[in-house]
Design a binder for this molecule. Structure first.
Ligand code: ZN
Length: 156
C-alpha cells in the first residue's frame, strides 16, 4: 500500500491510498479518483516520493485520509503489509529510544554537536528541506525516517 500526495485542478491537496502507483494511474484514467473538497476528477499526482502507509486500525488517523476504493484491483497481501509495518515500527521505536527529541531545534542542535559545542549523541527532530540541504553542505549527515505515533509511546 502506498500513499500518494494528490492535488485537484483547484489545488486542493489530499492523500490517496493505492495498491501501487500503477493502480493510481489506472483509477485516474477511469475518473475514479476525486477531490474530497470539490469532487473534481482532474486529479494530478504531486512530485513528492510515495511513502509507505504506516497507519493501521488502532493508530491515530493520518491527516486527511482518503481511502479510495479499488474496484477490480486486488488488495496487497495483509501478511506482507503487517510484517513490513512491524519492522518499521521496531526501527522507529529503536530510534525513539536512542535519540533525544530536540523538535524544532534539530538543525541548530545538529550543528552544535558537529562543532563540538554540545555532547555527541543521537538526536531527532524536525527540519525543513532547506535546513537539511544546508546541513549537508556543512558535511553534517542527517536522514529522514517517518516515526509513526505508535512508536512514540512506551511499549505496553
Ligand atoms: Zn478540489
Amino acid at each position: 500500500m502506498i500513499v500518494l500526495d494528490l492535488a485537484c485542478a483547484r489545488d486542493h491537496r489530499f492523500e490517496g491510498w493505492f495498491a501501487s502507483a500503477d493502480e493510481f494511474d489506472s483509477q485516474c484514467a477511469r475518473s475514479l479518483v476525486q477531490c474530497p473538497v470539490c469532487a473534481s476528477q482532474e486529479v494530478r499526482r504531486l512530485l513528492s516520493a510515495p511513502r509507505l502507509n504506516l497507519a493501521r486500525a488502532g493508530d491515530p488517523a493520518p491527516k486527511l485520509p482518503v481511502p479510495v476504493p479499488a474496484p477490480g484491483g486486488s488488495p496487497p497481501s495483509a501478511e506482507v503489509a503487517e510484517a513490513m509495518h512491524a519492522r518499521l515500527l521496531q526501527m522507529a521505536r529503536m530510534i525513539v529510544q536512542q535519540t533525544d527529541d530536540v523538535g524544532e531545534r534539530f538543525a541548530e542542535e545538529a550543528r552544535r554537536i558537529h562543532y563540538r559545542e554540545a555532547p555527541a549523541r543521537g538526536i531527532r527532530g524536525v527540519a525543513s528541506p532547506g535546513e537539511v540541504a544546508e546541513l549537508g553542505d556543512e558535511g553534517i549527515e542527517v536522514f529522514a525516517f517517518p516515526i509513526p505515533d505508535a512508536a512514540k509511546n512506551p511499549l505496553q
